[in-house]
Design a protein around this ligand. Sequence first.
Ligand SMILES: CC(=O)N[C@H]1[C@@H](OP(=O)(O)OP(=O)(O)OC[C@H]2O[C@@H](n3ccc(=O)[nH]c3=O)[C@H](O)[C@@H]2O)O[C@H](CO)[C@@H](O)[C@@H]1O
Ligand SMILES: C=C(OP(=O)(O)O)C(=O)O
Length: 434
Amino acid sequence: MEKIIVRGGNQLNGTVKVEGAKNAVLPVIAATLLASEGKSIIRDVPTLSDVYTINEVLRSLNADVAFKDDYIVVDASRELNIEARFEYVRKMRASVLVMGPLLARQGKARVALPGGCAIGSRPIDLHLKGFEAMGAKVKVGNGFIEAEVEDRLHGAKIYLDFPSVGATQNIMMAAAMAKGTSTIENCAKEPEIVDLANYLNKMGAKVKGAGTGTIRIEGVDRLVGADHNIIPDRIEAGTFMVAAAVTGGDVLVQGAVPEHLSSLVAKMEEMGVTIIEEQDGLRVIGPDKLKAVDIKTMPHPGFPTDMQSQMMSLLLCAEGTGMITETVFENRFMHVEEFRRMNADIKIEGRSVIMNGPSQLQGAEVAATDLRAAAALIIAGLKADGYTRVTELKHLDRGYLNFHNKLAALGADIERINEADETVKTDYVKDLNA
Ligand SMILES: CC(=O)N[C@H]1[C@@H](OP(=O)(O)OP(=O)(O)OC[C@H]2O[C@@H](n3ccc(=O)[nH]c3=O)[C@H](O)[C@@H]2O)O[C@H](CO)[C@@H](O)[C@@H]1O
Ligand SMILES: C=C(OP(=O)(O)O)C(=O)O
C-alpha cells in the first residue's frame, strides 16, 4: 500500500499547470459512443484511473479505444454491446453515463445499479425519468437497470427536480439522436455541461442553451466522430489555489479559468487571499492571517461541493468561527473525523460543519475517504506541525495526476512511498531517528 508523507511548514511558490478536467472528459468519452461513423479524437486527457476505467467500459461495449500521451482516439462505429458491468460501475459511478448514448444508438441499455458511495446514496432516478419521458421502458432487477425503446427515442420536455449534472448529461446525449426536440428544464449549468454540449455539436448534434437553466436539443439521425480539447480542471485548479493560500505562498495556477471559479475566488478573497487574473491563469497570494467565512455548497454557479473538503483545510487555518453547509450530497463529511485526528477544532451539526480557528494542526496518520478528502488532508498536512501520513491513495488517483510531484515542485516537503519502503527510505524516518 502506498502513502503520501508530508511535512508541514513550507510555503508554496512558483507555477503549477492544471490538467484537462476529469469531470468533463468522462461524459465526453461516453458521448463518443454516439458516433456511428468516423473516429473521435479527445485531447488534453488526464491520465487518471477514472479515465482508464471509462476506456475499459467502452472497450467492453465493443468500441476501439487508443490512449496515447494525453489524447484518446475512439472508434465506436461497430454494433455496440449494451451492458455496462458492475465491476466498472462499482469502481466509478460515471460509468452510468453510457446509458444515454447506448439507448440512443442501440435502443437498449443494461447498466449495473451503482449503489451508494462514500459521499451519499446518489440515486439516478432523474436520469431514468428523462429516458422514460423520451419513450424508454425502464426496469430495475437483479442489480441492473434495463432501459429499452421500441424503434427510437422521441423528443420530450423534461423538468429536473434538482439540477443533476449526470442526469443533464445522460439526457442530453440520449436526446441528441432522438426523433424531435427535447428541452431539459432546471438543468445543471456546470462548465462540464457546456463542454459536453460543445463536443456533441462538433459531432453534428443541435444543442442550445448549455450553461443556462434550459437546454434545447433538436435530435438528429446520426452523429460522427469529432476532434475536441477538454477544458481545464477547475477543481484541480481550485485545489492548488487553496494549497497556495494555506501556506501563505504565491502561486500562479496556469489554466485556471476565472469564470469557472468565481464562487471560490469570491470566498477566498473574503478570507483575505489576494487573487490576480493573469493572462494564462490565476495568481494566488496567501495573507499572513486568514479570516473565517461561512460557505454553502450549491449547484453551479454556487460554491462547488467538490471544493468543500479542501476549503475546510483553509478554514481550519483561519481566525474566527467558520461554517460549511453541504447541500448537494447528504453525507460528504467523512473527512471531518480525519481532520480531528490532526487536532482540528471541528464539529458536525446536521448538514453543517463548524470550525473554531485557527486550529493548531498536528501531523497524524489519516485515511482519505474520497478523492477530494485526499487532497484536503494533504493540504492540511502542508500546514500541520510535523509529519502527516495520508493513506487510501486510490481515491486521490481517481482525480489528481502527480499531485505530490506538483506540490513538491512548488516547494512542499512531500513524498509518496510504498509502505514497505517506509522504514528504510523516507526522510520522515530519518528525522525521527535523528
Ligand atoms: C463525474 C462527475 O462529473 N461527477 C460530478 C457530478 O456527479 P453527479 O453527476 O453524480 O452529481 P449530481 O449532480 O447528479 O448529484 C447531485 C445530487 O443530486 C442527487 N441526484 C442525482 C441524480 C439523480 O437522478 N437523483 C438524485 O437525487 C444526488 O444524489 C446528489 O445528492 O456532479 C457532482 C455535483 O456537482 C460532483 O460532486 C461530481 O464530482
Ligand atoms: C465526487 C466526485 O466524483 P464522482 O462523481 O466521479 O464520484 C469528484 O470529482 O469530486
